[in-house]
Design a protein around this ligand. Structure first.
Ligand code: UDP
Length: 488
């Protein structure tokens, strides 16, 4: 039948909005531009938010992708008393595999390939077992992807002696070196379990049939070249490494879908001058200590710039405190802000509790700057919103993203912390650098060029579009090989 010739991609999403959102964008692109059948397998710890998110991203499509919500596994007995973010995600994924497997086995038109993210690699042996191809979608930039792909080839003793003990930069062939101050947590103990765990994940990624990254050639010419077919890093992976991005929710699409900003925030933004507002948000999981919230409030007030600030209640000692239950628990928030802050800044800014319509805010002409934790989706949305950034990384690979944006691409200034806290004067200073000073204007000009190159990359014949076309060809070849085998 016709169905047998058409690749059917199963996309497995791990918990976290920063993983779900780009996975759905990938699914939409494969479905609408590259004629794949698509089934999204949803693993989430917050089903209501996840469902509404998927609905927002897909309901306007004539035929939206098929979505299968896997039952939430009970992970409590598998985790210690204070599990890390990574452990919670990994165990949730592992415990979901049996239901994924039985669902796939029950399908009339089963998927021919599985696409997982960084946390879904344990599903790869299962996919192989079921005769499916396996791909990894790294929802991040090429530099971090290169770092991950190169990880298993590094000698842990050498990393320990040079990078960890002597704080020398870590060299990644063909790419920007990684400075110790921006280093990735798993590197810190080369003899420890996190290092070994990341090595194993990277080995599985490298052994997959191919890797997709949410970036494009012109944004990261050296890293994408190093990972390309004749690049210096290509020998570390079994299959090709494709830059297929940016896969990102866009304002244009949201307006066409009737999802435009329609509330108090929009009315306020509509009254502000062009590029005069700085948006302050730390992604879906980001939280801060009470002391840091107070400094940020004072910093914004002292900067005398217009702002929209997404505020969450303080969490001491965990910068990813909202990761598993996005948008819950915003009551009593204002009590954490300095006394009189809301009253004094009522003309200058808007405080949004918990969760804001980020794409719409960044895409509004009044918004000109973004204080960001540098989550990769936020960065891509910032480029589409034509804003300059203040890089304020919190956890995970965010410090690497911050380094890429400020030192390499040149579209962000960094906020410097002292003893773990970014002080009010520093905040006011970086906000003014981005909003008032010339360098901010220069960065916005650069971002506008990057946006144009992004739009070109995803258009027909653009570099990312062509990579997805090649990807489809590979999936089709596999399918033919597979059905030939069946016929024999
Ligand atoms: N997001 C949003 N409103 C918020 C916070 C986050 O719409 O108040 C969206 C944001 O636009 C982005 C995603 O959630 O698409 C967060 O992904 P990112 O990679 O930036 O960071 P993470 O949440 O994974 O740290």
């Amino acid at each position: 039948t016709n169905n047998d010739k058409k690749p059917h991609a199963a996309i497995l999403t791990s918990p976290g909005m920063g993983h779900l959102i780009p996975a759905v964008e990938l699914g939409k692109t494969l479905l609408t531009k590259h004629a794949f059948d698509v089934t999204i397998f949803l693993i989430t710890t917050d089903p209501l938010t996840a469902r509404s998110q998927i609905h927002q991203q897909t309901s306007h499509l004539k035929t939206p992708p098929n979505v299968v919500e896997l039952p939430q596994p009970d992970v409590s007995s598998k985790l210690g008393p204070h599990p890390s973010l990574v452990d919670r995600i990994v165990v949730t994924m592992t415990e979901s595999l049996p239901s994924l497997r039985s669902f796939i086995l029950s399908m009339n038109h089963p998927p021919s390939l599985l696409i997982v993210d960084l946390f879904g690699t344990e599903a790869i042996p299962m996919a192989r077992d079921l005769g499916m191809q396996s791909y990894v979608f790294l929802t991040t930039n090429a530099w971090f992807s290169a770092f991950t792909i190169y990880f298993p080839a590094m000698d842990p003793n050498h990393v320990e002696n040079t990078h960890v003990k002597n704080r020398e930069p870590l060299l990644i062939p063909g790419c920007l070196p990684l400075q110790f101050d921006d280093t990735f947590e798993s590197l810190l103990e080369p003899q420890g379990p996190m290092y070994e765990g990341y090595t194993n994940v990277a080995k599985v990624i490298n052994g997959s049939d191919g890797i997709l990254m949410n970036t494009w050639q012109d944004l990261e010419p050296s890293a994408t070249k190093a990972l390309g077919e004749s690049g210096i890093l290509r020998r570390f992976t079994n299959g090709p490494v494709y830059p297929v991005g940016p896969l990102v929710r866009t304002l244009v699409e949201r307006e066409t879908a009737g999802l435009e900003l329609d509330n108090k925030v929009k009315q306020w933004l509509d009254r502000q001058p062009t590029e005069s507002v700085i948006y302050v948000s730390f992604g879906s999981g980001g939280t801060m200590s009470e002391a840091q919230i107070v400094e940020l409030a004072w910093g914004l007030e002292l900067s005398m710039q217009r702002f929209i600030w997404v505020v969450r209640p303080p969490v001491e000692g965990d910068a990813s405190g909202a990761f598993f239950d996005v948008g819950n628990g915003g009551n009593g928030l204002l009590e954490y802000l300095p006394e009189g802050f809301v009253e004094r800044t009522k003309e200058l800014g808007v405080v949004v509790p918990m969760w804001a319509p980020q794409v719409e805010i960044l895409g509004h002409p009044a918004t000109g700057g973004f204080v960001t934790h540098c989550g990769w989706n936020s960065v891509l949305e910032a480029i589409f919103g034509e804003v300059a950034m203040v890089a304020w990384p919190l956890y995970s690979e965010q410090k690497m993203n911050a380094a890429l944006l400020s030192e390499d691409i040149g579209v962000a200034v960094r906020a410097k912390a002292e003893d773990g806290v970014v002080g009010r004067d520093e905040i006011a200073r970086v906000v003014r650098r981005v909003m008032v000073e010339e360098e901010g204007g220069a960065m916005r000009a650069k971002v506008k060029k990057l946006k144009a190159s992004a739009e070109k990359a995803v258009c027909e014949f653009g570099s990312s579009y062509e990579c997805l076309r090649q990807f489809r060809t590979n999936c089709e070849l596999h399918l033919r090989g597979g059905s030939d085998a069946k016929a024999r």
